[in-house]
Write a protein that binds this ligand. Structure first.
Ligand code: AGP
Length: 606
């Protein structure tokens, strides 16, 4: 959470910082600010305000800012409300700071260093700036190491010292910082998205290493002052792939990109019709030697885990746990060296997932991560990684990350069935052949998106909505429901349809739309009965149904027929339909679809 940017180089810094902050805004959009180090004026100027980067742009518009070094921040509020004064950067004496993370002992530090008279904001971050200022002895390295040895919690700190114009210092614990150098200058950021328009090469700053950016280039050193060689990696996202590409919102663009994203994710991992992770360096033995499999993840990624759980159970006849990462280590998980823990995360930075993975590894578990962002913290904390090739996902509501996670899950399940001797080669090949049909099934849903838009218009006024289904349909509806609530603010609940009569049916009235998904042949009749139960209580039902199951239904409900795939794979086209429905509800209501209230894309606080 919170986006950080820093630049020093040949170019005027104002536009660079503001543009980069815009591309990082999905990490938080409560307030924004920049600090620029103007060599001629020998002072650090700060511009900040509550609100979006667009508000900050207005604040800066009339200012003559001529500087080639600066830092910026876009905030997701934790300590202290959303206000101008709580916006970053924070300046105390000769020190100016932007911070991502949480300084847990900020109250103790404020008391110990008698800072209260100096603090203007309610933030833990300003305390970090004040501690740095209190300890400042003219030597940034010594000061920074002394200060961070006192900080408890997580931090990515980016620091300007007034008497070191043109230089940016940074240090981190857990919260990410990446950096790069190009012809234009040196840059650092919370994530690679902000660097993409300059270069596709970057490195992750190692924890507790000091990063210094200046006109001489990048210097990285460890706590003893020994130089550390940055480990550069490349991101294969196009330089402009984080643009909206002509769509009004990233969410729509990202929904539309799914056929290609899935294609990219699976194509190099299918060799002679069989799943193959050789290029990823993931050995088959990982899937043979485990007795237990457990997914740790949050939100949408956890919902992808639920699909994995159903498949593992039905295809491999094997038990699999899916744990909310935030609960994992507090609920006495059963985990040992025979456990394979699969951490799923788009950003690779979700702290709950990271901590759960670290905990499982400490207990001896083997680990595999399914991640979208290369080199992210979870990717580095895991023994093995499979990257989803979804490209940057900018909308807070996850869409293409989810379906590419599912694509990898199908491949993993097929690989497990193969190497554990559950399936013969022919069966694996048939399953993989069906997976290859998924992108064109998605295309068919996307081509008919106007129909889904019409369906969405019918639920614009709903206050509450239910989604019902059984088996895989129920699991995908949990995700469909999350999607709708986060972008449209409609209260939506997904229920296993057989569970309705045990309580929730009391909430069904003729004002309650019910979205039903029916794609699973063997439980279809029961699903239809459950739909009739809610219809008889007045509910207006919107049905998403696999085309070939349609004939046995009366046509009095609003129906969208989904393209036909083997039942296991219907999750993906059905999910795309629900993503579109959520998107249209939100955009028709005039909401900022990509930046729903209170949310942030990357959740780095526990
Ligand atoms: C999805 O739409 C979300 N906004 C959210 O649930 C997200 O999936 C969750 O925070 C996990 O993020 P991650 O995949 O980056 O770990």
């Amino acid at each position: 959470m919170c986006g950080i940017i820093g630049y020093t180089g040949k170019e005027e810094v104002k536009e660079i910082l503001l543009d980069a902050l815009e591309s990082l805004e999905y990490r938080g959009y409560d307030s924004a600010g920049i600090a620029v180090s103007d060599q001629e004026a020998e002072e650090i100027q700060i511009f900040k305000c509550a609100g979006r980067v667009s508000d900050l742009k207005r604040v800066c518009a009339d200012e003559e800012i001529h500087a080639k070094c600066g830092i910026g921040h876009t905030r997701w509020a934790t300590h202290g409300g959303v206000s101008n004064v709580n916006a970053h950067p924070h300046q105390v004496g000769r020190v100016t700071v932007v911070h991502n993370g949480i300084i847990e002992n900020y109250k103790e530090l404020a008391a110990e260093y008698r800072l209260n008279g100096q603090l203007k904001s309610e933030t833990d971050s300003e305390v970090a700036a004040a501690v740095l200022n209190a300890l400042y002895n003219g030597n940034p390295r010594e000061t920074i190491y002394q200060a961070v040895s006192r900080l408890q919690g997580t931090f990515a700190l980016v620091i300007l010292f007034e008497d070191f114009p043109g230089r940016i210092f940074s240090i981190r614990n857990v919260s990410p910082i990446v950096a790069t150098q190009s012809e234009e200058g040196c840059m650092l950021a919370s994530d690679v998205t902000a660097l993409c328009r300059f270069t596709n090469r970057y490195f992750v700053v190692p924890e507790y290493c000091l990063l210094e950016l200046s006109e001489d280039g990048i210097a990285l050193s460890d706590m003893q002052g020994k130089a550390v060689e940055p480990e550069y990696m490349e991101v294969n996202w196009g330089l402009n792939s984080s643009d909206k590409g002509g769509y009004p919102f990233y969410m729509e663009k990202e929904i539309m990109e799914q056929p290609e994203a899935i294609q990219n994710t699976i194509q190099n991992r299918i060799v002679d019709g069989m799943p193959d992770f050789t290029e990823d360096g993931v050995p088959d033995s990982l899937f043979v030697n485990c007795e237990r499999v457990c997914v740790v993840a949050c939100g949408t990624a956890m919902h992808a885990g639920l699909i994995a759980q159903s498949l593992v159970k039905s295809i491999l006849n094997m038990h699999m746990d899916v744990e909310l990462a935030s609960e994992y280590m507090y609920t006495d998980p059963v985990v040992d060296e025979k456990t394979l823990v699969i951490a799923i995360s788009q950003s690779g930075e979700t702290i709950d997932t990271l901590e759960a993975l670290k905990y499982a590894r400490k207990q001896g578990a083997r680990s595999l991560a399914i991640i979208n962002v290369k080199g992210s913290s979870i990717a580095r904390a895991s023994e093995y990684v499979l990257y989803t090739d979804a490209g940057p996902e900018m909308a807070v509501a996850s869409t293409k990350a989810y379906t590419t996670q599912l694509a990898l899950i199908y491949l993993i399940v097929a690989k497990m069935a193969q190497v554990r001797g559950v399936w013969k080669e022919k069966q694996v090949k048939e399953y993989i052949a069906e997976l290859k049909r998924v992108p064109s099934a998605i295309e068919k849903v996307l081509e008919r998106r106007k129909e889904i838009h019409l369906i969405a218009k019918n639920i614009l006024e709903a206050k509450d909505l239910f989604m019902i289904g059984r088996g895989l349909d129920y699991s995908l509806l949990l995700e469909g429901s999350l999607k709708l609530k986060e972008v449209s603010y409609i209260h939506s609940e997904a229920y296993a349809s057989g569970e309705l009569k045990h309580g929730p049916i009391a909430l069904i009235t003729n004002h309650t739309p019910v979205v039903a998904v029916v794609t699973q042949t063997r439980i279809m009749q029961k699903e239809i009965s459950n739909i009739k139960e809610v219809q008889s209580r007045g509910a207006r039902v919107i049905l998403f149904i696999k085309g070939e199951l349609l004939q046995s239904l009366r046509q009095e409900i609003e129906i969208f027929t989904l393209p036909n795939l083997r039942d296991e794979f219907m999750v993906i086209p059905a999910s795309v339909a629900l993503q579109l429905m959520a998107y249209y509800v939100s955009s028709d209501k005039g909401f900022d679809v990509d930046k729903p209230r209170n949310l942030a894309k990357v959740v780095t606080v526990e």
